[in-house]
Design a protein around this ligand. Structure first.
Ligand SMILES: NC(=O)C1=CN([C@@H]2O[C@H](COP(=O)(O)OP(=O)(O)OC[C@H]3O[C@@H](n4cnc5c(N)ncnc54)[C@H](O)[C@@H]3O)[C@@H](O)[C@H]2O)[C@@H](O)CC1
Ligand SMILES: Nc1ncnc2c1ncn2[C@@H]1O[C@H](COP(=O)(O)OP(=O)(O)O)[C@@H](O)[C@H]1O
Length: 258
C-alpha cells in the first residue's frame, strides 16, 4: 500500500466486531450520549440513528434546547434528556454543532470508554492535554487543515502527526480516508463510493464509530470497521444515496459480516 499505510479490510478488525452475548442485557452493549445540536438537528438525528443501528444498547441525545423537536423527530428508541445520562460510556459531540461548555465537558470526560469529537467539537492544539488513545477525531480535509494547518506532509503523515501530538485516533475523511493511531499505526480506506459525497454522511460515520466503541471495540478498530461499513453501504446503495440510507443499510451489512 502507498505511504506505508495498510489497507482497510475486515481482516484488520473483523474478529473484534461486537457480538451480543446470549444472556446479556442492553447495558452490556454500551450507552452512547450525543450532544444535540441546537440548529442543525438533522445532523444529530443521523448520528443517533447510526449509533443505535450499529448496535449500541442505548443511545441518548442531550438536548439543552429543542428537546421537544428531538422527541418528536428522533427514532423512538432514542432517549432525550437535558443532562448527560449517568450510565453513558461513550460521548459524541460535533454533528450539527456543539456549545463551548459541552465541548469542555467532552475534553474532561476521561472516565468514558471513548469520546468521539466530530466537526466543531474537534479540539484545537491547545486543548490536547487530557486526551488518550480512546479519543477519536473525525475531521474532513477542510476541518483538518482549519484546525491543524495545511496537509503539506500528505494525508497519511499528517494524520499520524496529529494523532501523536493529540494522543487521539485520527479519522481523516476523504475518498481515501486515513485512520491513524498515536502509536504510529495507520490504515487507508479505499473501500468507498463517490456517492458518499453527500450532506450528513459524515454525521452517520461519527455515530457508527461511537456505537461500535460503546460495545467495547477499541477506538482504532472501531474507526476502521465503521469507515469500511460506511464505504460498503455507499457501494451497495450507489446512485440516489442519502445519508439516512446508510443507517437503514447497516443491519444487512452487519449480518453479512457476523
Ligand atoms: N442535516 C444536517 O443537519 C447536516 C448538518 N451538517 C453539519 O454542518 C456542520 C458544518 O459542516 P460542513 O462540513 O458542511 O462545513 P464546514 O464548516 O466544515 O465547512 C465546509 C467548508 O470547508 C471546505 N472543505 C474543504 N475540504 C472539504 C472536505 N473534504 N469536505 C467538506 N468540505 C470541505 C468546503 O469548501 C466548505 O467551504 C457540521 O456540524 C455538520 O455536522 C452537515 O453534516 C450536513 C448535514
Ligand atoms: N468522493 C468520495 N469518495 C468516497 N467517500 C467520500 C467522498 N467524498 C466524501 N466521502 C465520505 O463521505 C463522508 C463525508 O463526511 P463529511 O464531509 O463530514 O460530511 P457531512 O459534514 O455532510 O456529514 C466521509 O466519510 C467521507 O470519507
Amino acid at each position: 500500500m502507498t505511504d506505508n499505510a495498510d489497507r482497510n479490510d475486515p481482516d484488520v478488525w473483523g474478529k473484534r466486531l461486537p457480538r451480543p452475548s446470549s444472556d446479556g442485557h442492553k447495558y452490556d452493549r454500551g450507552f452512547v450520549a450525543i450532544f444535540g445540536a441546537v440548529e442543525l438537528t438533522g445532523a444529530t438525528r443521523l448520528a443517533a440513528g447510526a449509533a443505535s443501528r450499529i448496535g449500541a444498547g442505548l443511545v441518548g441525545v442531550v438536548a439543552r434546547e429543542r428537546g421537544d423537536v428531538y422527541r418528536a423527530s428522533l427514532l423512538p428508541d432514542i432517549m432525550v434528556s437535558d443532562v448527560l445520562p449517568q450510565k453513558a460510556n461513550v460521548l459524541l459531540g460535533g454533528p450539527g454543532g456543539i456549545a463551548d461548555n459541552e465541548k469542555a465537558t467532552m475534553l474532561k470526560a476521561s472516565e468514558m470508554d471513548a469520546r468521539v469529537f466530530d466537526a466543531g467539537a474537534i479540539p484545537q492544539e491547545r486543548q490536547f492535554g487530557g486526551l488518550d488513545p480512546s479519543c477519536i477525531f473525525t475531521p474532513h480535509i477542510g476541518e483538518f487543515e482549519r484546525n491543524f494547518g495545511a496537509l503539506e506532509d500528505g494525508p497519511v503523515a499528517g494524520a499520524i502527526r496529529v494523532a501523536q501530538q493529540s494522543n487521539a485516533v485520527i479519522v481523516l475523511k476523504s475518498s481515501r480516508t486515513v485512520i491513524a493511531h498515536p502509536d504510529g499505526r495507520s490504515i487507508v480506506n479505499e473501500h468507498a463510493s463517490p456517492y458518499l459525497a453527500k450532506a450528513g454522511t459524515g454525521d452517520v460515520l461519527a455515530g457508527m464509530i461511537a456505537g461500535l466503541a460503546a460495545q467495547g471495540m477499541p477506538s482504532f478498530e472501531a474507526s476502521c470497521a465503521a469507515v469500511w461499513m460506511h464505504g460498503e453501504a455507499g457501494r451497495r446503495i450507489g446512485p440516489g444515496l442519502i445519508a439516512g440510507d446508510i443507517v437503514e443499510g447497516l443491519p444487512k451489512i452487519l449480518k453479512d459480516l457476523l
